[in-house]
Design a protein around this ligand. Structure first.
Ligand code: FAD
Length: 379
């Protein structure tokens, strides 16, 4: 009997895990068979979505890679791609049911890797919206809104909001073609865990691109309300409100975990994320792992597959939440970031990330030629 490993999700975690199992682990464990399940029939290079969401900046073949083409080198006895979304998981019976068109297909597994990640609220295309067609439709709508707007309010000043506002600044703000405002809940953009000097630099770089930052406030108008009113309401931390003229409000906050197909008991009640042990497995289910914190987690997981399939103990994953690693693009020419307690130079961030936003290596990543972000596969 082959051991079937079902990988749910073909994002930045699921896709390299599937390649690794086929390229490396299956040479040590010949009885492995991998089924990759994804509702999106293309691999979506979301790292660059803040740039390609703008009209006419990037061709689709730079950020959407047909999934089937990335797996042609593996024999059909070893690999199957299922285009569909997991709908229910039964961890007692080791089965997952997947919606494929109008049909519900039940797939039995020996081992399950849950890599279904998250999506953005309001169907924003920062990440996959659902199917590739739904993501394309969302991009088309956003681009049309940007094209027609004279004033744009970006709601939410986390990584996505800052990077997106920077792209708008580069394309329109600096030249005074459109008025760009970024609204964030804190006096400075970005999360509190990031050093203040990095946050201040981000604000300063945005201002140089003609982006106005309004801190300590939240946008309390929805994109639907704005259509007629052409204004947006901000609510400040002290409860006072302010009205701004705006043709378009673009939400960049509100990430929703894609876990509704799992039994409630497997989820954390507050966050909706899957519960996870130090061994990256779902507590109580030794054959279900959740790869959420991408790069470091999946690299750890890859190094443990051989022990796991050999029935050996696997090593815990150690994560230091204080070790912030962040490279933040601000427009097409600048950036900032943090490595531990060091602030990164703008030139370095531009050179390593901002120039291409990873699109120069995304095709190799999609094919499994590299083991994540241009690095070799772990041993
Ligand atoms: C604009 C932007 C820039 C970023 N820049 C960086 C960066 O520079 N460096 C960095 O490390 N990280 C960056 N990130 C974060 C990074 O994108 C995430 O950490 C990463 O996407 C998480 O990977 P994942 O595979 O767990 O989930 P996701 O990438 O969210 O992928 C989940 C996959 O699961 C699929 N799926 C959803 N529901 C189901 C279902 N029911 N059944 C089966 N499949 C399903 C989806 O189609 C998707 O393909 C950035 C994110 C954004 C939005």
């Amino acid at each position: 009997m082959p051991k079937t490993v079902v990988v749910l999700g073909a994002g930045l975690a699921g896709l390299p895990v599937a390649h690794y199992l086929l390229r490396r682990t299956s040479t040590q464990h010949e009885d492995l068979r991998v089924i990759l399940v994804s509702p999106h029939d293309t691999f979506y290079w979301k790292i660059a979505s803040v740039r390609f969401a703008l009209p006419d900046l990037m061709a689709e073949d730079k950020y959407m890679y047909p999934l089937a083409e990335q797996f042609t080198s593996y024999p059909s006895t070893k690999f199957e791609l299922v285009i569909g979304a997991a709908e229910t998981l039964d961890p007692e019976k080791n089965t997952v049911s997947v919606r494929v068109g109008d049909e519900l297909r039940s797939i039995e597994y020996h081992t399950l890797v849950v890599a279904t990640g998250s999506r953005y609220r309001d169907n924003m295309p920062w990440k996959e919206v659902g199917t590739s067609a739904q993501t394309r439709a969302s991009l088309t709508k956003l681009r049309a809104g940007i094209r027609d707007a004279k004033s744009i309010v970006v709601a939410g000043a986390g990584l996505t909001g800052v990077e997106f506002a920077g792209e708008l600044g580069s394309a329109y703000g600096k030249a005074g073609l459109k008025k760009i405002t970024l609204v964030g809940a804190d006096p400075l953009p970005l999360e509190k865990r990031i050093r203040d000097n990095v946050r201040k630099t981000a604000k300063h770089e945005l201002e140089k691109l003609g982006v106005k930052y309004i801190g300590g406030a939240k946008v309390t108008t929805t994109s639907d309300d704005i259509k007629d009113a052409k204004t947006v309401t901000l609510t400040h931390a002290d409860g006072t409100t302010e009205t701004l003229a705006a043709d378009l409000v673009v939400p960049t906050f509100g990430v929703v975990p894609n876990t509704s197909f799992t039994p409630e008991g497997m989820r954390d009640a507050a966050s909706g994320c899957l519960k996870q042990g130090a061994d990256l497995r779902a507590p109580g289910y030794k054959n279900a792992s959740a790869a959420a914190n991408v790069d470091t987690q999946i690299r750890h997981l890859m190094t443990q597959f051989n022990s796991y399939f050999s029935g050996q103990p696997i090593k815990p994953y150690v994560f230091d939440a204080n070790q912030v690693q962040l490279a933040l693009t601000i427009g097409r020419d600048r950036g900032t970031g943090q490595a531990g307690s060091w602030k990164l130079w703008s030139f370095l961030v531009w050179y390593l990330k901002g120039r291409h936003l990873g699109t120069d290596g995304a095709d190799g990543f999609a094919r499994g030629d590299t083991g994540g972000m241009g690095r070799a596969w772990p041993k």
